[in-house]
Design a protein around this ligand. Structure first.
Ligand code: B12
Ligand code: SF4
Length: 500
């Protein structure tokens, strides 16, 4: 089936080489989140759900006498600005958009700016990135950004700066969210409370060779203050795993309760070990969790060294979330070595049986620097190193028990199934009162890519989506009051859909 994908979601905006530019303006910095191609099988809405915190965190470390601008190329507003022409350009580099980052770097360097490259791809492939910028930052940019700007001013820029992740996280300034275009995201309240994770799964970027990111937390009061000050009803925690330390999550939930906002977060499924913690999450405003189930086959989980409960216990655990009104977005990886072509139907059936409101599918992707990548490389199974295809929507390795085409087509088939009317209906909440808001959210997210195109282009994302979120928050506050008065054994099954 031919899937609709407009050029703006496929191709980066053209850089205008012909317009003459003014000389760089001193103490002016531009921070760019580069364009990446969007998978047309999934929702385009995902990309305007909430921004990455990388550059707003860097912006917060900018000295007061510098002017700083933020530009996200994925908002379909064209190429980044050239007037005034910045003295320094900071670019975040992930492997999927490395090529675009290099193009931007060349453009700004050609016109006299100093280009600083940081981000995940710099951590895993510093030698590849280095020639493209005036300097690279390996690790935490917040620690070194001020020094870099000072060195630019004094004309003594070094080639490599290293940001150490061991500095107490609570000492970082709050990200500068006011630089973001509020109209263009569902919410600008991307939050982060913890860094690192207690696990080290073989396929995760946290297992990248040389990345030392000890587990750290911010004070719960800091997190609550940031949430409150952004003046939005809904926040998205971008932590790798907000439930990595359960006592911390409990403390955070207690602190979030009084502000009566709603939020979602990625957590590992073991937060359900103690249902009273899930209850605390619900009482604190949690409406949705993103859970990395990864696979329904235990052998795959064991091979990837993921610490996880047995997969036949997943269903019971999903029910614990649902019993507390929390919707579940399950993340599944397809193409592990024990997967054969039956994995697609099995996964979709399970998602439907357990009424997961949303599911995110990924083709197994060996990120450079991880144990998975080394293994695949030494086994001669990598098909290529075109990083733009390492986006979990393309097959970049030789699968063990199926062909490359079977895996690619199976992945697409899963999305087609899960986005179908039948599947959306099968997964409706059991509580009749929750069906309408669920359907509104499901149809907007899963079946409206043409609408997303217009909403994003015309900066109407917030206008279209936020009324639903306000409504959800109000429903949730009422829901919490009821939950508070219920005994833990008789919780109401009222899913309150928000976000995805
Ligand atoms: C928010 C988010 C998104 C958002 C926004 C993405 C965007 N690029 O705009 C959305 C939902 C759209 C998204 C989509 C996807 N994402 Co995403 N996303 C995240 C998430 C949850 C948070 C990012 C964040 O805010 N981190 C906190 C900041 C502070 O940390 P940081 O980015 O590392 O930045 C620090 C340093 O790297 C450095 N730094 C970074 N940039 C710069 C720049 C300069 C100039 C300097 C000096 C320093 C510097 O300093 C920063 C401060 O310490 C991360 C997981 C995570 N917790 O990081 C995944 C993550 C980045 N996403 C990932 C993936 C795979 C995707 C998708 C491909 C998934 C998919 N199939 O749809 C898509 C496509 C996006 C793409 N092609 O990049 C992977 C990337 C893996 C990898 N090795 O590249 C991650 C790590 C998740 C994971 N655990 O696997 N994502
Ligand atoms: S549990 Fe999640 S965040 Fe932690 S190492 Fe595994 S994949 Fe990465």
């Amino acid at each position: 089936m031919k899937i609709w994908q407009p050029d703006e979601f496929r191709l980066a905006p053209r850089l205008d080489e012909t317009t003459p530019v003014e000389p760089p303006q001193a103490r002016n910095a531009l921070l760019i989140n580069p364009f990446y191609a969007k998978d047309p099988h999934a929702s385009f809405g995902k990309h305007v759900l909430t921004p990455s915190l990388a550059l707003t965190s860097i912006a917060a470390a900018t000295p007061n006498d510098w002017e700083v601008t933020y530009w996200d190329e994925n908002l379909l507003l064209g190429p980044p600005p050239i007037d005034p022409f910045p003295q320094v350009v900071g670019i975040t580099v992930h492997l999927t958009f490395a090529a675009r980052a290099y193009e931007l770097a060349r453009f700004y360097r050609d016109h006299g700016a100093k280009v600083v490259m940081g981000g995940l791809h710099v951590m895993s492939c510093p030698d590849e990135v280095a020639p493209h910028g005036d300097c690279i930052v390996i690790g935490d940019g917040v620690q070194v950004w001020g020094k870099i700007l000072e060195d630019v001013t004094n004309n003594r820029l070094e080639q490599i700066y290293r940001g150490d992740y061991r500095k107490p996280y609570r000492e970082d300034p709050p990200p500068r969210r006011e630089l973001l275009l509020k109209k263009s995201y569902l919410t600008t309240t991307s939050l982060i409370a913890t860094r690192g994770c207690h696990s080290r799964c073989d396929f995760c970027y946290l297992s990248t060779k040389g990345v030392q990111m000890p587990y750290q937390v911010r004070n719960v009061e800091q997190v609550v203050a940031e949430f409150e000050s952004d003046d939005q009803p809904y926040g998205v925690f971008t932590d790798n795993n907000l439930g990595s330390r359960k006592e911390y999550l409990r403390e955070l939930c207690k602190a979030l309760r009084p502000i009566e906002k709603i939020w979602s977060a990625a957590v590992s499924v073991d937060v359900t070990d103690d249902p009273s913690l899930v209850r605390e999450m619900a009482l604190a405003g949690c409406t949705g969790v993103f859970v990395g189930f990864e696979s329904l086959q235990n052998e795959n989980i064991v091979d990837s060294r993921k610490r996880s409960p047995k997969t036949d216990d997943y269903a019971r655990r999903v029910k614990i979330f649902h019993d507390h009104g929390i919707q579940v977005n399950g993340s599944f990886v397809l193409g592990f070595d024990h997967d054969d072509a039956s994995v697609f139907a099995t996964t979709v059936d399970w998602i439907e049986q357990n009424r997961l409101e949303c599911a995110t599918l990924h083709i197994l992707t060996p990120y450079p620097g991880t144990p998975l990548f080394s293994q695949m490389k030494s086994d001669g199974r990598l098909l290529h190193t075109d990083w733009s295809k390492y986006d979990t929507a393309h097959v970049v390795f030789q699968p063990n028990r199926m062909s490359v085409d079977e895996l690619a087509e199976g992945y697409q088939w899963c999305y087609e199934k899960l986005f179908s009317h039948t599947s959306i209906w099968r997964r409706r909440p059991r509580d009749a009162r929750s069906i309408l808001p669920y359907l509104a959210m499901a149809y907007l997210y899963k079946r409206s890519n043409r609408v997303w195109h217009q909403l994003i282009r015309h900066q109407l994302t917030a206008a279209a989506w936020r009324p639903l979120i306000h409504l959800t928050r109000r429903r949730h506050v009422r829901f919490r009051k009821r939950l508070e008065n219920e005994s833990t054994s008789r919780s109401p099954r009222n899913i309150v859909s928000a976000g995805v």
